[in-house]
Design a protein around this ligand. Structure first.
Ligand code: DGJ
Length: 728
C-alpha cells in the first residue's frame, strides 16, 4: 500500500483552498430545463448543491452553504471514510485491510458535442493514488443526465471495491413519494407507491440473471407531495442500465434530506481492482421534470428512442409468434400454414419460437435439448432455411428463438462441457425449468454463446430477427473459470453477456433482436443498448396487460414493449376478453399475435385484419410519439393513454374500460393532452362501424380537446376504443 501522499494531491489541496478563497468552483451540468450543480467545499470535498430546475446563472451557487454535519450531508459521491457516516457510494478495502477513502476535487472538464454535453469531474483520495472520475452526460433536449463513475486504482497495490455506486443524488424536499415497480413472472411491473419515512428503503436483486421480474431498477420520486400527479409538480426519475444484481437505496437522513444511491448490488461482489486497473460502473439515467410524472416519462422515452435503445428509431414489424399457438408441437406444415395465415392477416413477420432444435435430445418439451442448437431434422426435415425462405416468399420477415445462456442437464453440451456450467464444487446444481446456467464469466463460454447466435444466423440468409430468451436465475453460484476469485462472478457474468452482444452487433448490425427472459425478466437500459425490444410479459391476458403496460410505460417507451394478441381463455389466467379489447391493448405497444390463426372465426379474422391494417397506419405515432397517460388503471374504471406525433400533427388515443362501476360513469370526458391548441384535428374512431362517441368524425381544435375532451359511451367491462386524430 502506497501510504505516501502523492505529490499531485499535496499540490491539489492547497491550490484548491487558495483557489476557493478567490473564486469557488461551481460545476453546472445543465439540460434545457434542468441543472445538477456541484461545488467543491473549501476543503476540496465535492458537494451537490442542486438537482432541479435550471437557473439563469448557476455560478450564483457559489453562495450556497453545503451545511455539512458530522456524518451526513450533500457529498456528491460519498465515500466510506472521513466524516461521512451514511451509506457510501464508494467503499474501498485496501491491501492493508483499511477501508477509508477521502476523495477531493482535482479538476473538471466540459465537452460539448451538439445535444450532448459531457462533464467529467476528477477526484483523488487524499492519501492513496485512488482516483474517481464522475462522468455526467447531459442530453440537452431530453432533460436527461446519464452518469457513471470510473474508479481508477493508480496505487501500486491491488484494492477491493466494497461499494461502487454508479451515481448518487442528495435531495432536499419536504416529502418524497416513491413510485417503483415490483411483481413476479407473468405479473411484472406492478406499481408500488409509498411516502418515504426516515431510514432506508432499498430496492435490490441478487438473482444474477432474470433480474427484473420481482422489481425493476427504475423509480420516480414526486417531491413535496403525497399525491402522484401526471401533470404537475417536481419529479425525479431514474433507471439503472444494468442487467445483473442491482441496488437502489433511498436514505432519508436526520435532516429529512434524501440520499439516493444507484448501482450494482455489492452482494457477494467485493470486486478486485489490480494496480493500474479502472472499474467503470454502469450508467444511471436521470431525469427531472417540473411538470409531473408524465413529462418525466416522456423525457426518458425520448432519450431512449434517440440514444438508449439499439435501433430505437427502427420501424416495428407486426408479427405472428408460434409459441402460444403451437408450443413444442409442430411440423413444417404447421409452421408454413401459420406463415400463410400471418400473410393473409397482413402481418409482417413470423417468429419460430422454442422447439426447433436438438437431435440426440430433441426439444419436444422443456425437459431437454438446450445447448444443442442444431435443427431437429426428424421434426423439420425440410430445414430452417426452407421455412425462413417460405416466409420471405410470402412477403414476411422471419425470426427464430434461442436461449443461448442456458443448458439442459439432458443435452450433449452438458455431457461434453460440465465445466461451463454455473456450479459450486461439491454442491448440487439446482435445476429450474430443467435447465442450468452457462458461465458467461468464462471467455470460452462467451465464444460459445456468440457462436450459437452466429451459427443460427447461418441456418438461412433469410433470418431477420432473433428472440433471445433467458429462463432462469442463478442458484448456488460458482464459476470453475474464476477459481479463487468468485467475487467477480455476478459482475463478470453481465459484462460477459455484454461482450457477446457487442460482438453480435459488430457482425449483425441490422438483425432485430428481442430481449426475452420468461417475459419481462430483463427489462433494463443495460440490455436495451444491444436489443431492439423486450418481451414485456408471458402474461398475454389483456385484462392483466393494462397494468403491466402502464407500469412499463413509466420508464420505457412503447417502441420496446412487445405486446401480443393471444387466444381466450387466456393460457396463463383463464380470462376471457373480447378480441377487440385484446387488439386495442396490444396496439398500444409493439403489436404481434401469438395464437393459432386457424382457430379464429371468419368474423374474428375480419376484425383482426382491420385492427392490423389500422395499426400499420398509426404505429409510427405509438413507437415514435410522446406518451400522455390520461387515466390510471390503478384508479379505474378506465385506463386511457395517448401518443402524439413529434410535430403534433397526429395523435392516437386508447381508451379502456377496465371495470364496471355504473352506467352513469360511461360518458366521462377524457381531456386530451399534448395537442397543438391552435390546430384543428379530425377525430376518427378506428376498427368499428359505429363509434362510441357521437362527436366522432368531427373536427375540433386542440384547445377544445384539451378543455372539453371527448366523452364516449364506454361502461361495460373490457369495452375499448381507439381514436386517430389528424390535423386538417
Ligand atoms: C419463455 C418466453 O417468455 C416465452 O415467450 C417462450 O419463448 C418460452 N420461454 C419458450 O420456452
Amino acid at each position: 500500500m502506497k501510504r505516501i501522499l502523492p505529490l499531485i494531491a499535496l499540490l491539489a489541496i492547497p491550490f484548491l483552498t487558495a483557489h476557493a478563497a478567490r473564486k469557488p468552483v461551481v460545476i453546472a451540468v445543465e439540460t434545457a430545463h434542468s441543472a445538477l450543480v456541484l461545488k467543491p467545499s473549501a476543503d476540496g470535498q465535492l458537494m451537490m448543491c442542486h438537482y432541479g430546475a435550471r437557473v439563469a446563472d448557476p455560478q450564483e451557487f457559489a453562495a450556497w452553504n453545503p451545511q455539512r454535519r458530522a456524518g451526513q450531508g450533500p457529498w456528491a459521491y460519498p465515500a466510506q471514510g472521513g466524516m461521512y457516516m451514511d451509506e457510501p457510494a464508494l467503499a474501498v478495502r485496501y491491501a492493508d485491510s483499511y477501508r477509508n477513502t477521502e476523495p477531493v476535487y482535482v479538476s473538471h472538464t466540459v465537452r460539448p458535442q451538439g445535444n450532448l454535453v459531457t462533464t467529467t469531474v476528477l477526484l483523488r483520495d487524499t492519501l492513496t493514488a485512488l482516483e474517481v472520475r464522475l462522468v455526467y452526460d447531459a442530453y440537452q433536449a431530453e432533460d436527461v443526465i446519464v452518469s457513471h463513475a470510473e474508479i481508477i486504482n493508480d496505487d501500486g497495490q491491488p484494492v477491493r471495491l466494497v461499494r461502487m455506486a454508479s451515481s448518487s443524488m442528495y435531495i432536499d424536499a419536504d416529502r418524497y413519494l416513491l413510485t417503483h415497480c415490483s411483481g413476479n413472472w407473468a405479473a411484472e411491473m406492478q406499481v408500488e407507491r409509498e411516502l418515504l419515512t426516515r431510514g432506508m428503503k432499498v430496492i435490490e436483486t441478487r438473482r444474477g440473471t432474470q433480474v427484473t421480474h420481482w422489481s425493476n431498477p427504475s423509480f420516480m420520486l414526486s417531491l413535496d407531495t403525497d399525491t402522484f400527479s401526471e401533470t404537475s409538480g417536481e419529479v425525479i426519475a431514474g433507471s439503472l442500465a444494468w442487467s445483473g444484481n442491482y441496488r437502489l437505496s433511498f436514505e432519508k437522513d436526520g435532516a429529512g434530506r434524501l440520499r439516493i444511491l444507484a448501482g450494482i448490488s455489492p452482494f457477494s461482489s467485493e470486486y478486485p481492482l489490480a494496480a493500474g486497473e479502472t472499474f467503470t460502473t454502469p450508467d444511471m439515467v436521470w431525469t427531472w421534470s417540473g411538470q409531473g410524472a408524465g413529462q418525466a416519462s416522456r423525457n426518458l422515452h425520448a432519450w431512449a428512442r434517440h440514444y438508449g435503445i439499439y435501433g430505437g428509431a427502427r420501424l416495428v414489424p407486426t408479427l405472428l409468434n408460434s409459441w402460444e399457438g403451437a408450443y413444442f408441437t409442430f411440423t413444417t406444415k404447421t409452421l408454413t400454414d401459420m406463415i400463410d395465415d400471418a400473410a393473409s392477416l397482413g402481418l409482417e413477420m413470423f417468429v419460430l419460437d422454442d422447439g426447433w432444435f436438438g437431435t440426440r435430445y430433441p426439444r419436444n418439451n422443456d425437459s431437454q435439448g438446450l445447448g444443442d442448437w442444431e435443427p431437429n431434422a426428424a421434426k423439420l426435415p425440410e430445414g430452417i432455411d426452407y421455412i425462413a425462405s417460405y416466409a420471405h416468399q410470402k412477403g414476411l420477415k422471419f425470426g427464430i428463438w434461442i436461449e443461448p445462456e442456458m443448458v439442459s442437464p439432458r443435452s450433449c453440451l452438458a455431457e461434453e462441457h460440465p465445466e461451463w456450467v454455473v456450479r459450486a464444487p461439491g454442491r448440487k446444481i439446482h435445476e429450474y425449468r430443467h435447465q442450468w446456467v452457462l458461465d458467461l464469466a468464462n471467455p470460452v463460454v462467451q465464444d460459445f454463446v456468440f457462436g450459437i447466435f452466429d451459427r443460427t444466423m447461418q441456418l438461412s440468409r433469410n433470418i431477420d430477427y432473433i428472440k433471445w430468451d433467458c429462463n432462469r436465475t442463478v442458484f448456488n453460484f460458482g464459476s470453475d473459470y474464476l477459481g479463487d476469485a468468485q467475487e467477480r462472478f455476478y459482475i463478470d457474468y453481465v459484462q460477459g453477456l455484454y461482450n457477446v452482444m457487442r460482438r453480435i452487433r459488430e457482425k449483425y448490425p441490422d438483425v432485430l433482436v428481442q430481449c426475452c427472459s420468461s417475459g419481462g425478466g430483463r427489462v433494463d437500459y443495460g440490455a436495451l443498448r444491444w436489443f431492439d425490444e423486450f418481451w414485456t410479459s408471458d402474461d398475454t391476458d389483456a385484462a392483466q396487460r393494462f397494468k403491466i403496460q402502464y407500469g412499463t410505460s413509466l420508464f420505457y417507451p412503447a417502441t420496446v414493449m412487445g405486446s401480443h394478441v393471444s387466444a381466450v381463455p387466456n393460457h396463463q389466467t383463464g380470462a376471457v376478453t373480447p378480441l377487440k379489447f385484446r387488439f386495442d391493448i396490444a396496439c398500444a405497444g409493439r403489436l404481434g399475435m401469438e395464437l393459432q390463426p386457424k382457430r379464429l372465426t371468419a368474423e374474428e379474422r375480419a376484425l383482426a385484419d382491420r385492427c392490423i391494417q389500422s395499426y400499420k397506419g398509426y404505429r409510427d405515432i405509438v413507437s415514435g410519439g410522446d406518451l400522455y397517460r390520461l387515466a390510471s388503471p390503478y384508479e379505474g374504471p378506465y385506463d386511457a393513454l395517448m401518443y402524439v406525433a413529434e410535430d403534433r400533427s397526429r395523435a392516437v388515443v386508447f381508451l379502456y374500460c377496465t371495470d364496471y362501476t355504473n352506467r352513469d360513469i360511461g360518458g366521462k370526458p377524457f381531456r386530451l393532452q399534448g395537442l397543438d391548441p391552435d390546430r384543428k384535428y379530425r377525430v376518427k374512431e378506428l376498427n368499428v362501424d359505429k363509434s362510441c362517441w357521437n362527436g366522432d368524425g368531427g373536427t375540433y381544435s386542440g384547445a377544445y380537446l384539451a378543455a372539453g375532451g371527448f366523452n364516449p359511451v364506454l361502461y361495460r367491462t373490457y369495452e375499448s376504443a381507439v381514436f386517430l386524430l389528424e390535423v386538417q
